[in-house]
Design a binder for this molecule. Structure first.
Ligand SMILES: Nc1ncnc2c1ncn2[C@@H]1O[C@H](COP(=O)(O)OP(=O)(O)OP(=O)(O)O)[C@@H](O)[C@H]1O
Length: 613
């Protein structure tokens, strides 16, 4: 059985070629920037070369001073080499860092687009906080690889090898003494670098989980405060933060080992070289100038070594983050995402089918669907006529919202098929399919954006103010919106929030403005007062004259009004027909209606979606 975001035939949510889209950091940096990269490389080589010859010029200067001959030239050369090395180094670092920021920008854009293009179920399973961490902390970790990986780390290694080579030329015996002294230190550091990778993976995973839990907590803030549960949820968050800290402290302990171990290696090497060098000078095998140069190279050895080792740990963190990006990019996206590279064969490129005249707006045939193992819809057959109002009723949890989600293709059925205006939904290009639907979800979700944006969501052309105000008038919201400080341009969500009923009406106005031939309304009147409910009824009547409206009905008044009623029970359609017919033919429907009529004080518009199953 396929997962909810997976089509039974492998489309639309599977990868076109079945391979995960990996993040190749170095390839991404070099792509289209070969010249710039070559320039940075040249600068880095100049800086490294200058660093390598600096001690040699010092040795020459010393010799010139001893012989009192030409030390001015060597002084100037030494200063020029020192300054040249610093300038080339600074410029290379800046250019590389700039490229890193550009790469991170591209990575963030790609991540956000990919996240927006994920199937709804997948995105929710991943979690908002966890996805957001990819754009923040994980992207920053990848930047570390760019700063270190392509230039600094190789240059450190070149400097290291170059320094060792020059030391070998100066005195190979002293070089052997140096290597022996450093060997143990390097082994310890090598083990630490490998262990760090595991630590960084764990830290990034825990940071994602912490962000995820924090976001989920903030989303539930009203309930948390109302139940004075701040302390309990804070304690849970503390536990998560503790886990992050524990792993981070473990990593810090390892990182802290590196520099002292290398320094210790250097100290031991220094003592050994001084003793060995003294003996060799005494025996005449080594002169003082060469010995001083050797010592300077020995001092210079630590910097590239520390850089290489700490660079390795930064790279380990970046590679652990890269794995998290790879995991995200491997998640299949819907073929609707803006700029999505993923299309489903034969689907996204296909022209939109023309609606078949006389075909119903929606037809389910033997549809079976489960979010996990437990079936939510079983063998569902239903029809929504191309015009008129169709009401779907049933107890809570009977699968009504799931039916709407399947029509929208937020997920696909595991068995059976669904038709929209005579064509199977899996044959419609997804944007075309959704372009034919207007959907008001159960929560009447609004964007944290202006009233105007919320009203015209999905419309490509700007809509005139009088049309927007007309739609607001139809849902009784015109006055309330014009009273807001910036009217249609007031940003909702922050200082200006709407009540539940106002949100519901705004969402209805958005559906009103759309010219979609099928309107899906998920309990649109659950928070409306009787006056606004009457408005809604008029509005739906008007819209359904020439279009199909499928409404998950909450109130008996809506159902009475409907041209067609679908009764759901336990994931199955148990009856379909007109309200009057069903009152006679379906005892369950009659009982539901009567039970609800008795169970409410408002006998004119009693609620129909009743108690939990
Ligand atoms: N995203 C999801 N993941 C897992 N299970 C889900 C998910 N959404 C819904 N369900 C389950 O599917 C079943 C049907 O849910 P659905 O929301 O379709 O019912 P409904 O009839 O619309 O209920 P209500 O009237 O309360 O809104 C329920 O048992 C619910 O727990």
């Amino acid at each position: 059985m396929s997962t909810p975001d997976t089509h039974p035939h492998g489309t639309p949510f599977t990868h076109p070629d079945g391979t995960p889209k990996q993040l190749f950091i170095l390839r991404e940096i070099f792509h289209g920037r070969r010249l710039q990269m070559a320039f940075v490389l040249a600068l880095a080589l100049v800086a490294t070369g200058a660093t390598l010859i600096l001690p040699w010029t010092v040795g020459k200067l010393l010799a010139a001073i001893q012989q009192n001959d030409g030390f001015g030239t060597w002084t100037w050369l030494m200063v020029a080499v020192g300054l040249g090395s610093a300038a080339a180094n600074a410029l290379a670092t800046y250019l590389l860092s700039r490229m890193g920021h550009q790469l991170v920008r591209r990575l963030r854009v790609r991540t956000m687009r990919h996240a927006l293009g994920l199937g709804l179920h997948t995105a929710r399973r991943e979690g908002a906080g966890n996805l957001a961490t990819r754009v923040t902390a994980d992207a920053a970790a990848v930047k570390g690889v760019v700063d270190i990986g392509p230039i600094q780390l190789p240059m450190s290694l070149v400097t290291l090898v170059g320094t060792l080579a020059i030391m070998g030329v100066l005195d190979w015996v002293l070089l052997l003494i140096t290597l022996g002294a450093f060997l143990v230190a390097l082994c310890v550091v090598g083990v630490v670098v490998v262990a760090l990778r595991r630590k960084y993976t764990a830290i990034q995973h825990e940071v994602g989980a912490l962000a995820q839990q924090f976001v989920a907590t903030l989303e539930a803030l009203t309930v948390i405060k109302a139940h004075r549960a701040e302390r309990i949820v804070a304690a849970e968050l503390d536990t998560r933060a503790d886990r992050v800290a524990r792993f981070s402290i473990g990593a810090s302990a390892m990182e802290a080992l590196m520099v002292p171990v290398i320094n210790l290696g250097q100290q031991i090497a220094l003592v050994a070289v001084i003793l060995g060098g003294g003996a060799r000078i005494t025996s005449g095998a080594l002169d003082l100038g060469t010995f001083v140069s050797f010592l300077l190279y020995l001092f210079q050895l630590t910097a590239p070594l520390v850089m290489a080792m700490s660079g390795m740990s930064t790279i380990q963190a970046g590679l652990a983050a890269r794995k998290r990006f790879d995991e995200l990019f491997a998640l299949p996206s819907e073929p609707t995402a803006p700029g999505s590279e993923q299309t489903s064969p034969g689907e996204a490129d296909a022209p939109a089918p023309s609606p078949i005249a006389g075909a119903p707006a929606v037809r389910f045939e033997k549809v079976h669907f489960a979010y996990g193992d437990e079936p939510v819809l079983r063998q569902v057959d239903l029809t929504v006529p191309a015009t008129g109002l169709t009401a779907m009723v049933g107890l809570s949890g009977s699968g009504k919202s799931t039916v709407l989600g399947l029509v929208e293709r937020f997920m696909d059925p595991q068995e059976g098929h669904i038709e929209l205006f005579g064509h199977r939904t899996d044959r419609w290009p997804l944007p075309e399919l959704r372009g034919r639907l207007a959907y008001v979800d159960q929560e009447s979700t609004l964007l944290r954006d202006t009233v105007r944006t919320n009203l015209t969501l999905g419309q490509e052309e700007p809509v005139a103010d009088d049309i927007l105000l007309g739609a607001l008038r139809d849902v009784g919201l015109e006055e309330e919106i014009t009273r807001l400080p910036d009217g249609l341009d007031t940003v909702l969500g922050g200082a200006h929030n709407l009540s539940g009923g106002q949100r519901q009406r705004l969402a209805l106005a958005r559906a009103r403005l759309s010219d979609a031939p099928l309107i899906l309304l998920d309990e649109p009147s659950s928070q409306l007062d009787s006056l606004n409910e009457l408005r809604l009824r008029d509005l739906v009547d008007e819209i359904s004259q020439d279009r199909a409206v499928l409404v998950v009905a909450h109130r008996i008044s809506t159902v009475r009004h409907a041209d067609h009623v679908i009764l759901m029970d336990g994931g199955q359609v148990t009856a379909q027909g007109r309200h009057d017919e069903l009152m006679h033919t379906s005892p369950m429907y009659a009982e539901l209606v009567r039970g609800q009529q008795l169970g409410t004080s408002d006998t004119t518009t009693p609620a129909l979606a009743g108690g939990d199953r």
